[in-house]
Design a protein around this ligand. Structure first.
Ligand SMILES: Cc1cc2nc3c(=O)[nH]c(=O)nc-3n(C[C@H](O)[C@H](O)[C@H](O)COP(=O)(O)OP(=O)(O)OC[C@H]3O[C@@H](n4cnc5c(N)ncnc54)[C@H](O)[C@@H]3O)c2cc1C
Length: 198
């Protein structure tokens, strides 16, 4: 799949091509903010901004996406570099994102009731590359992959496989919306729901 950087969230959400190749990403886009935000915000703007509570970054790392710029291709794992920081250089513009359609995928988030930004959001994807789990909204350094969940789901693709995993609160955000322990629980619950949905 290739999605142009200036594609609005509303167009991602309503794409029939994307719905059949990766419905999880279309579904994610349909739950960003409100109609005003979805009709103005773009996938390129969202990932360039790299808000720690934005939804797309979790999908980009879980789908092992490539971020295409005017000068190079950057793997999602190397693109997101901390809170509101990316690997983009001065004058570098994202032109598209690309990824292979996964065999199974889903995204679940616990939205802040005012903004709809993720208090915690988990995107799970199973493909020929294996299982990848992207977590947004919770990490004190922004989006991250959860290796322990990836290993557990690689051998047993079921929500039960996550039961025995304790999500470490040490590196998670604490703010007025929720503390780190609360977010740790949300990450586990969202991951289980995502696997069940996928
Ligand atoms: C009320 C509200 C609720 C929201 N809720 C959510 C939510 O639930 N989930 C969520 O994920 N997001 C949410 N957002 C964020 C929203 O989805 C937008 O993506 C975000 O605000 C960035 O706006 P934009 O996409 O128009 O990018 P812009 O504001 O145009 O750009 C953001 C930054 O990225 C740079 N940039 C833009 N495009 C590119 C490009 N192609 N290449 C390089 N740099 C670029 C700009 O220069 C700027 O620095 C919310 C925003 C608002 C205002």
């Amino acid at each position: 799949m290739r999605i142009g950087a200036a594609t609005t969230h509303a167009d991602v959400a309503s794409s029939s091509d994307l719905a059949s190749a990766c419905g999880a990403l279309a579904d994610l886009a349909s739950h960003i903010g409100d109609p005003h935000v979805r009709n103005r915000g773009t996938i390129g703007g969202s990932i360039a901004n790299n808000d720690p509570a934005a939804d797309y970054p979790a999908a980009m790392v879980a789908l092992n996406a490539n971020i295409i710029t005017n000068s190079r291709t950057i793997a999602a794992d190397d693109f997101f570099a901390g809170l509101f920081e990316t690997a983009l250089e001065d004058n570098e513009i994202i032109t598209a994102i690309e990824f292979e359609a996964p065999a199974k995928a889903a995204y679940q988030k616990f939205p802040n009731p005012a903004s709809r930004y993720a208090m915690a959001g988990v995107f799970v994807a199973q493909s020929g590359d294996g299982v990848r789990v992207g977590v947004t909204g919770a990490g004190s350094d922004g989006v991250f992959r959860h290796g322990e969940m990836e290993a557990a789901l690689s051998t047993n693709w079921s929500a039960d496989a996550i039961d025995g995993i304790a999500v470490d609160a040490n590196d998670l955000l604490s703010d007025i919306h929720g503390d780190a322990e609360y977010r740790a629980n949300l990450v586990k619950v969202m991951a289980k729901r995502a696997v069940a949905a996928a």
